[in-house]
Design a binder for this molecule. Structure first.
Ligand code: ATP
Ligand code: MG
Ligand code: ZN
Length: 494
């Protein structure tokens, strides 16, 4: 996530013509010498017939990828007197070279631009990275299509042309999102969706097949408050260094990642010999939707415990360790049992109590403890599904209330309720004596952990915010507590 400045030093000496690169280059960087040689020749420059040593400093940092091609080529040109070294000062360069001298896009252009801006340097990027780098609005970005075009500008006395992509220009790409109006009935589930949207809480939808769980979850993005600029840049930086790269048209939208349960552990949580972010990090500041939750491998679900608690994920692989941000809102859906119909109003469940218990235990207690809002999604009656029945409330109206409640939270604590620390919970979720007593009673029934109590208080705070109430009342507590009892009470195998 952090782009570390690397100095490229070039030395020409007598001896047999050769080019060696030192400073922990990995394969792609070692191969750079062949691309650089061809690109320099094909751009009409001379490739010096000397013994060339290129040093990438700091020496103990492994260097990956093709991004060093351009600075290495410029180093060779400067060392052999074909361009003036002075014109390179105050500018950072990244870019991969094609054999013909064209510049190819590299991953990580946005983090590089942010780092260059912190150094108060300009940044030269390949044309294909122009928009992405331009998201770092305060950085001076220059984009070029080829080594030759860049060198022509460096040699001329004119200052380089600056790219002026502003974030605002790229803002307008709100894609059409699914609307809540399509969901009929399901008043409780819709309410739960509104609560989690307002406070960034985690959500679990439990119910028989075909009741609209996946449908509801996919409509959550449409009612969430917008990303702040800072959050959008963080999320875009992660996408920028990921395998898939950044989709520039979506950078202002909250991420919504819905990995399939057959996806590999590395794809989900991140990893690899050169650690890359996984789905959990790509969902940073947004939603990670896990449909058919019990089908996910146990070890993957258990890794989620860390990011759900502290908003970060640590990936350790043989000698390499990386921390990626992963402040996610987890939304999950599941059937209550293997056949799917336990607790259904019509269809009888064919599972034995032990089978139901075994199925539900695929989701560990610690994970369930982190899910603040658990809601049963029951069968809707046909009268509500008929095409002439009234449609549900539309997303725009719900979003209005969500944004209002979230604004209260931002003003109070500078963050959504779900992200309040234990100390902040004490400060902002103050209760009266009657409420303390009420909680004590409810606890006897549900046996909640200390974490669950704190989390329930945060949900109650959100419910109160939605109601515009300054203090948490008993009704708010009752609603928050009810979201804890779905699997513990309603769907308990018996
Ligand atoms: N409440 C509803 N209002 C309108 N349509 C619905 C509703 N519930 C289900 N449907 C219809 O049924 C389809 C299936 O719903 P969905 O995929 O959300 O079910 P599910 O609860 O996720 O089931 P499963 O447990 O099998 O995954 C929807 O695409 C929609 O056409
Ligand atoms: Mg489904
Ligand atoms: Zn069953």
């Amino acid at each position: 996530m952090q782009a570390i400045p690397v100095s490229v030093e070039t030395h020409l000496a007598g001896g047999l013509p050769s080019l060696s690169i030192v400073g922990m280059p990995e394969t792609a960087v070692r191969e750079s010498k062949d691309r650089v040689r061809a690109a320099i020749l094909n751009s009409g420059f001379d490739f010096p017939a000397r013994r060339i040593t290129v040093n990438l400093a700091p020496a103990d940092l492994p260097k990956h990828g093709g991004r060093f091609d351009l600075p290495i080529a410029l180093g060779v040109l400067a060392a052999s007197g074909q361009i003036n070294p002075d014109c390179l000062s105050g500018i950072e360069f990244i870019g991969e070279l094609a054999l013909g001298g064209e510049l190819r896009a590299v991953p990580g252009a946005l983090p590089s631009a942010i780092a260059a801006q912190q150094l108060d340097h300009a940044l030269v990027v390949p044309s294909a990275n122009r928009q992405e780098a331009g998201l770092a609005e305060k950085c001076r970005i220059h984009a070029y299509a080829s080594l030759l075009a860049l060198c022509n500008d460096l040699i001329s006395t004119e200052p380089l042309d600056c790219v002026t992509t502003t974030c605002a220009q790229l803002n307008s790409h709100e894609s059409a999102v699914l609307d809540l109006a399509d969901v009929r009935g399901q008043h409780q589930a819709r309410r739960a969706l509104e609560v989690v949207a307002a406070g960034a809480h985690n959500l679990l939808l439990v119910g028989p097949p075909g009741t609209g769980k996946s449908m509801l979850a996919s409509r959550l993005p449409g009612i969430l408050p917008p990303l702040s600029l800072e959050q959008a840049l963080e999320t875009a930086s992660i996408a920028s260094i990921s395998r898939g790269g950044l989709d520039i048209t979506k950078w202002r939208q909250r991420p919504y990642r819905a990995p399939h349960h057959t996806a590999s552990g590395v794809a989900l949580v991140g990893g690899g010999s050169q650690p890359k972010p996984g789905e959990v990090s790509l969902a940073h500041n947004g939603i990670l939707f896990l449909d058919e939750l019990p089908e996910f491998p146990r070890h993957v679900l258990d890794v989620l415990r860390e990011p759900l608690e502290n908003g970060e994920i640590t990936i350790s692989r043989a000698g390499n360790q990386a921390d990626f941000p992963a402040r996610i809102q987890m939304v999950a859906a599941m059937n209550p049992c293997l056949c799917g119909y336990y607790g259904d109003t019509r269809e009888a469940c064919r599972c034995a109590p032990e089978q139901i218990a075994r199925y539900q235990s695929r989701i560990s207690g610690p994970l369930l403890d982190r899910v603040d809002v658990q809601i049963a999604v029951q069968r809707v009656e046909y009268a509500q599904l008929r095409s002439d029945a009234a449609p549900g409330e539309c997303s725009a109206d719900v979003r209005e209330r969500v944004m209002q409640a979230n604004q209260i939270q931002q003003q109070r604590a500078g963050k959504s309720n779900a992200h309040l620390s234990a100390k902040e919970v004490e400060e902002f979720c103050e209760l009266g004596e009657a409420q303390h007593e009420w909680i004590a009673q409810a606890l006897d029934k549900l046996n909640l952990s200390a974490r669950a109590i704190h989390r329930t208080l945060k949900v109650a705070r959100t419910v109160a915010d939605l109601a515009g109430a300054t203090n948490i009342g008993e009704a708010h507590l009752r609603e928050a507590m009810s979201y804890r009892s779905t699997l513990r009470e309603q769907y308990r195998p018996r």
